[in-house]
Ligand binder design. Structure first.
Ligand code: ADP
Ligand code: ZN
Ligand code: ZN
Length: 757
């Protein structure tokens, strides 16, 4: 298959994407007149089916040659009129995703066109009165006289009400179809069929939306909030479309700004997409949108049934709703008139897809907005380095909201040096300061949150005495301890044997960092037998709704301590929490990838922001072996700018995104040697370019998860200042992979990776 469209002779075309033929593109010849003019995603007219009727299709790929008889190939008739239909936009988006992130066009199409599976429409019948209420009453009397009690019953019920649901009439009033029939014949009633949509917003949010406080309880915007809303809408009205970043501390009123912007967008006859990191954790936000926008808003996420998803897409297409809220996939809602895309908590890693194509919702949103001529608004208390960098370069508009609108102050933060605790004889996971403050809160009956920011891949080795962390001499990321005891670099594959004594201070307290929430919970029970502890982690939240249950139990004061992983730093506001303890800030600091410091700063800042949300001031204890590390220093003083300045320097020196681009290639396979060899072959391909293309190649090496589901995993990385160099190389590798016979290995590409391997 070819990427370059200039000299190719054939194109694959998908004929009708509204059916299930997405998996079956057909090959067509490109006539001379169209050579070089076609692009993937473009809409073309092609002869198809019996009688070769001209139909519209979408180009998905190009080819040099075909494996069947030339005479059997039909020719593309023409480029179709550019239509602005929703599907065309989504197909173009798929084309862009394919090109940007690498995958097949089919996989990209399946990503953007998720709810193709047609589901039966749901219908509801109603009985409608065709005569006046008075007439119905009179008729009911006559029916009663004629011993027609069922007819009388129905007419009486309808006297006070113009319509009744069929179900109620049949089941509650016990009226037979023949009775309904004969009243219908008399012209007294009629039966009507309504199309109803499956409504995914049933429980609390639905109830809230019904009580719909439309326009009520609406705060007057602060001057800073007002300025953002006005600037964005003024730009919009002047025809200026941009991406804006709102850096606003938690509680500074970002959500309120989003809602006002959406109102402005709706007033201009356009629709809005609101992305949130995860529905379960941001339910309160969803409810707020329901209250403000009533039934003009819906949600779209993976927890919905196929029927519910299908109906939301139908409603979006029909223009029945104007606002959609959901995680990254909600970006592909089939709206025809998008005017605004909002991404809340834009720094969250969940915006990056973990399956092919590994697209980032933020970048994809910016491209989608360009297709719709829409604006994009990003918001975060701890913006991603990418967005802040772009805002600084003037590529994004920028706003800052620095004050909590509820009047309460930011909490007092105490960094605690765990090395000193150990030297002074305290071997507990709780520092003396934290113990003291916990006892104080338990006594006062105030709530505590304890946070263990464990990352899936944390496996670093550090010295408990001096804080020294074992790092890769080539990549300045921490080495990870593998099962065999060896220390391995995730990026370049560098290895060294396990260490027994600290190379800096010769202490024997140099070990892998492992501590689980379960162990901490046990400790809490030992130390404070009377305290009620709730634990929230991967294990306790497997079941549906369990997040919500744990969080609301804590909100209702059913526990004194909420202990959990990073999932507890989002979601609910807990006004009674006055103490937040971060047990081991270092856990994410040395997660072995270039984003570790950024993630740590974000988690610490967000966790600290949980304290003192109510009337009582809050305190935060950050326990660490590295109190001097810049991400901990700046998180303690809640200084984003200070953190950014140091972090961007590290990225610039190390050639990491956003200062440069990075492409990860993961090769997996059941046979270890074959997977390893393919990774090596591909990396060598890149190495041959190294000098000419200002490119650096790292690896390959075993991935941190070196074996998963019986597959061996090898990874290598490439870095370059020029995105195009990496894209070209990726295309060449994809082409090369296509030519390999009997290959069973899988190859995945990841541009500017966020998740570890
Ligand atoms: P963020 O999204 O930045 O965390 P929110 O929009 O949720 O901030 O606002 C935090 C709190 O402040 C909410 O309770 C919200 O109702 C309230 N709030 C927002 N804007 C105003 C305002 N202009 N005046 C008074 N209260 C406000
Ligand atoms: Zn040491
Ligand atoms: Zn390395």
């Amino acid at each position: 298959m070819k990427r370059d469209n200039k000299d190719v002779s054939y194109a694959d075309v998908i004929v009708d994407i509204s059916h299930e033929s997405v998996d079956r593109p057909f090959t067509y010849r490109i006539p001379d007149a169209l050579r070089g003019k076609l692009e993937t995603g473009m809409s073309v007219l092609i002869p198809f089916g019996r009688g070769d009727k001209l139909r519209q299709g979408y180009v998905t790929a190009f080819r040099d040659s075909i494996s069947f008889e030339e005479s059997k190939v039909k020719e593309i008739a023409d480029i179709a009129e550019t239509d602005t239909a929703v599907d065309a936009i989504l197909v173009r988006l798929a084309g862009w995703i394919r090109q940007q992130y690498g995958s097949t066009m089919i996989a990209a199409l399946k990503t953007v066109l998720p709810a193709k599976q047609k589901k039966q429409n749901l219908e509801k019948k109603q009985i409608c009165r065709r005569i006046s209420g008075e007439e119905a009453k009179a008729l009911a009397d006559r029916c009663a006289e004629k011993r027609r009690p069922a007819m009388a019953r129905l007419l009486l019920a309808l006297a006070g009400q113009e319509r009744l649901p069929m179900e109620l009439v049949r089941k509650k009033l016990h009226i037979s179809p023949s009775t309904i029939n004969s009243l219908e014949k008399q012209g007294a009633i009629s039966v009507e069929t309504l199309r109803i949509y499956r409504n995914p917003v049933k429980d609390s949010a639905g109830a809230a939306a019904e009580k719909n406080t439309f326009g009520k309880n609406r705060p007057v915007l602060s001057r800073d909030q007002q300025k953002i809303v006005e600037s964005v809408l003024q730009d919009y009205d002047r025809g200026v479309r941009k991406t804006y970043l709102i850096h606003g501390i938690t509680g500074s009123g970002k959500t309120e700004v989003y809602m006002n912007l959406i109102e402005g967008c709706l007033a201009r006859g356009r629709q809005a997409i609101v992305l949130i990191p995860e529905i379960a954790l941001t339910y309160q936000t969803v409810v707020r949108f329901m209250r403000r926008f009533g039934d003009r808003v819906s949600v779209l996420h993976s927890g919905l049934s196929a029927g519910e998803k299908y109906d939301q897409c139908e409603r979006a297409k029909n223009g029945d709703i104007d606002v959609i809220i959901g995680p990254r996939s909600a970006l592909f809602t089939p709206f025809a008139r998008v005017g605004l895309i909002i991404i809340d908590e834009e720094h969250e890693p969940s915006y990056k897809s973990e399956t092919m194509p590994k697209y980032h919702a933020r970048e994809t949103a910016v491209y989608l907005a360009s297709l719709h001529r829409a604006s994009v608004v990003l918001g975060s208390a701890t913006p991603s380095l990418e967005s802040y960098y772009r805002a600084k370069q003037g590529e994004y508009g920028f706003f800052y909201l620095g004050e909590r609108l509820t009047g309460n102050v930011l909490p007092q933060v105490y960094p605690v040096d765990l090395r000193r605790e150990l030297r002074e004889g305290n071997r507990s996971i709780f520092s003396r300061r934290l113990q003291e403050l916990m006892e104080d809160r338990l006594e006062k009956g105030q709530q505590i949150m304890l946070f263990l920011n464990r990352r899936g891949l944390a496996g670093f080795v550090s010295c408990r005495n001096c804080g020294h962390v074992m790092k890769c001499p080539h990549c300045s990321v921490s080495l990870s301890e593998h099962k065999n005891g060896k220390l391995v670099c995730h990026y370049c594959g560098y290895e060294e044997p396990a260490v027994k004594v600290c190379p800096v201070c010769s202490s024997r307290y140099i070990l892998g960092f492992k501590a689980g929430t379960e162990a901490v919970e046990e400790k809490l029970h030992q130390m404070y037998p009377g305290a009620r502890v709730l634990r929230m982690d991967g294990d306790t939240t497997k079941k549906k709704d369990s997040y919500e249950k744990i969080l609301s139990a804590f909100a209702d004061g059913e526990a004194d301590i909420l202990l959990g992983t990073q999932m507890i730093v989002k979601g609910h506001d807990f006004p009674a929490v006055t103490l937040v303890g971060i047990l081991a800030a270092d856990m994410s600091l040395f997660a072995g990838d270039y984003r570790a410091a950024e993630r740590t700063f974000q988690l610490l800042t967000q966790a600290a922001g949980r304290a003192g949300r109510g009337d009582m001031p809050g305190e935060v204890v950050i326990q660490t072996y590295q109190p001097e590390h810049y991400s901990i220093v700046h998180a303690s003083s809640q200084d984003y700018e200070g953190f950014y300045e140091e972090e961007i320097l590290y990225r610039e020196i190390g050639l990491y995104p956003p200062a440069a681009h990075m492409l990860a290639v993961l090769v997996t396979g059941k046979e270890q040697e074959a997977a390893k060899n393919l990774a090596k072959e591909l990396a060598d391909m890149a190495r041959r370019r190294e000098e000419r293309s200002r490119l650096s190649v790292l690896g390959p090496g075993e991935a941190f998860l070196s074996k998963l589901n019986d597959s061996y995993r090898y990874i290598f990385y490439m870095k370059s200042g020029d995105e195009k160099v990496l894209a070209k190389l990726r295309d060449e590798m994809e082409d090369h992979i296509q030519t390999l016979q009997n290959r069973s290995e899988q190859v995945q590409f990841d541009v500017d990776p966020i998740h570890g391997y």
